[in-house]
Design a protein around this ligand. Structure first.
Ligand code: FES
Ligand code: MG
Length: 601
């Protein structure tokens, strides 16, 4: 049974054909000249007057798939089912391309393009005759970019994920996309496998169309889009090649037409309660550290307060329920068969952790959609009282090193968590000397330099990689120890950085440090050999040098003209650098935030 068949919306139609937004373009007797101009060119490929002027909702399909965006490429097929759903419900589909964003293909980082895609979609949704829109999401940044734009414009909108790839397999073992790269890279660095074997392992992780099959940023953001209420329930986790994916596409097309008649807009769905539901869901699925950046950005464009403190307050003590890589063992197919997000939400609802009244895209509440939809597979989706791990949310750290940085607790080792976080009898804080790298190139050049004296108690620092320092904020805080340490069996060291980390990675890291070095954040004052203290219980992160010395270094940095960063390589890099906010604030374009609900303005 498809998602919308058993869950018919109980909402009333409140919009009449005369009130459709698209009529201002296509059927406006007050301005016959403009109507004639608008309508004549849209007829030229075979649309009929009845379709354009017959009181039918005009529905945009925001297409993110293309040859340049292989994760989302299957959307070019799924869009056909979306169009059929739209037509079946009495709407007219207008498919259009979005700026491509491929996580693994865009240099220097796909994050640079999230805000560009956002900006261009705002212009399209605002400036064209659209009554509603289907957002075709998938690869990491495509989901937040499209949701941010839907929030700003505020016309009825629903998201449809492309779905994850099938499981990867090699030698009888599951091979998860992204996650395997980090593991195979360690083996390659340790000399266990050669270049060709390395590539073969990584290739095996991508066996079909779809996005990453691990709980990386793509699976996370699509789960959160559903948890926010922006998609039909149960669709986020369907693997791309499964028949249910095509069926969900058809249902989504049908549903957006009804949403237009019901005038069900993002502002009705994206409430504070919805964002809290998504934060809770993020902990339970073991979501990516990119999630706070993107969710905070969507909230800012919707005008809903949401901070990294809220992430800790609402999400930290939620247990990890989903046994999927990188925090667990399985991949997308088992997760979907075990029930996907609905089974996770049922578990959270039973514990009173979800705002059940939050309205969702199908016109029903989160409670109505998900209550009692428990899993039958307790190995893949664990019960709340027997989880993979307790307290699996993010910590928000502060101190002289930064005002905010995120630590994902679901991937740190149990010993680490017990020693530094759980045991109140053990007052240990994490102290050590640092090795400081100015960007990924510097790290690659010097990580094996013995004069740095890196040992098992060193913390690796990556700076100059925030939204301004490394335009877009790169996913480069995935630093492995020097080869010498790896050969001795030390496979990871704690990392701190003002950049991001891939959601498919499992290193104990403190990420998204804001403000970044490039705008004078505390990381800019560090020197290799300094000692720092991280107290997870107090959520503090401080440089262990005197305040006089800190002030001296700060004055010194100012005299040198501030922390240096490379010149922009493209016009957009320069434009974005001049107006982008820090990672803790969602990395939004600051001047864009004041434009809210603009379709109603
Ligand atoms: Fe596109 Fe992971 S690289 S989803
Ligand atoms: Mg990523």
């Amino acid at each position: 049974k498809s998602a919308s068949d058993d869950q018919k919306s109980s909402r009333a139609k409140v919009i009449t054909p005369e009130q459709l937004r698209s009529r201002l373009w296509f059927d406006n007797p007050d301005n016959p000249g403009m109507t004639a101009l608008y309508i004549e060119r849209y007829l030229n490929y075979g649309l009929t007057g009845e379709e354009l002027q017959g009181g039918k909702p005009i529905i945009g399909i925001a297409q993110t798939g293309s040859d340049l965006s292989p994760c989302n490429r299957h959307h070019t097929d799924l869009a056909k089912r979306v169009r059929e759903g739209i037509a079946a419900a009495g709407g007219v589909a207008f498919e259009f391309p979005c700026h491509p964003i491929q996580e693994t293909g865009k240099r220097p980082t796909a994050m640079l393009d999230r805000n560009l895609s956002y900006l261009s979609l705002v212009e399209v949704l605002y400036g064209y005759p659209l009554d509603g829109v289907v957002l075709l999401t998938g690869c990491d940044k495509t989901t937040p970019a499209l949701l941010m734009a839907a929030a700003t414009v505020n016309i009825p909108a629903i998201n449809l994920n492309v779905g994850p790839m099938l499981n990867g397999w090699m030698n009888g073992e599951r091979v998860g996309s992204g996650t395997v790269v980090w593991k195979a890279r360690e083996r390659h660095a340790a000399g266990e496998i050669d270049y060709e074997e390395f590539l073969e392992i990584v290739r095996s992780s991508a066996p079909s169309n779809g996005h990453c099959n691990t709980m990386g940023t793509a699976s996370t953001m699509n789960a959160l889009a559903e948890a926010l209420g922006m998609s039909l329930p149960g669709q986020a986790a369907i693997p791309a090649p499964y028949r249910e994916r095509g069926q969900a596409s058809y249902d989504t097309g049908k549903r957006i037409v009804e949403m237009v008649w019901e005038d069900l807009k993002p502002s009705d769905i994206l409430t504070r309660e919805a964002f809290e539901n998504a934060v809770v869901a993020c902990s339970a699925i073991g979501g990516s550290t990119n999630a706070p950046i993107h969710l905070n950005a969507i909230a800012r464009h919707m005008g809903v307060p949401l901070s990294c403190d809220d992430w800790e307050k609402v999400g930290f003590d939620i247990p990890l329920l989903v046994n999927v890589q990188p925090a667990g063992d399985y991949l997308a197919e088992e997760y979907y068969r075990a029930g996907g997000l609905p089974a996770v939400m049922a578990e959270l609802i039973a514990q009173g952790r979800i705002h059940e009244d939050a309205l969702t895209a199908n016109g029903r509440t989160a409670g109505e959609n998900y209550r009692e939809r428990f899993t039958w597979d307790r190995d893949v989706i664990r019960p709340y009282d027997d989880p993979m791990r307790e307290q699996a949310g993010f910590l928000n750290l502060k101190g002289t090193l930064f005002d905010s940085a995120i630590m994902k607790t679901s991937v740190i080792s149990p010993e680490f968590q017990k020693r530094y976080l759980d045991d109140p009898q053990d007052p240990d804080a994490f102290e050590g000397k640092v090795a400081v790298f100015d960007g990924p190139e510097d790290y690659h050049d010097r990580i094996d330099d013995p004069s740095l004296g890196i040992d098992e108690n060193t913390l690796l620092i990556m700076r100059g990689t925030g939204p301004i320092g490394y335009p877009g904020a790169a996913e480069v805080v995935n630093m492995q120890p020097p080869g010498e340490l790896i050969r001795r069996g030390v496979f990871s060291l704690p990392c701190i950085g003002d950049g991001r980390q891939s959601g498919t990675s499992g290193t104990p890291s403190i990420l998204n440090a804001s403000p970044e070095a490039a705008v004078g954040g505390g990381l800019a004052l560090l020197q290799s050999g300094d000692r720092i203290r991280i107290d997870l219980r107090k959520r503090s992160a401080d440089i262990l040098i005197s305040s006089e010395e800190l002030e001296r270094r700060r004055a010194d940095l100012a005299a040198r003209g501030g922390y240096p960063y490379p010149a922009s390589q493209t016009p957009w890099q320069e434009i974005q650098r001049a107006m982008v906010d820090q990672l803790s604030e969602g990395m939004v374009l600051k001047p864009a935030v004041k434009y809210q609900r603009i379709a109603q303005s």
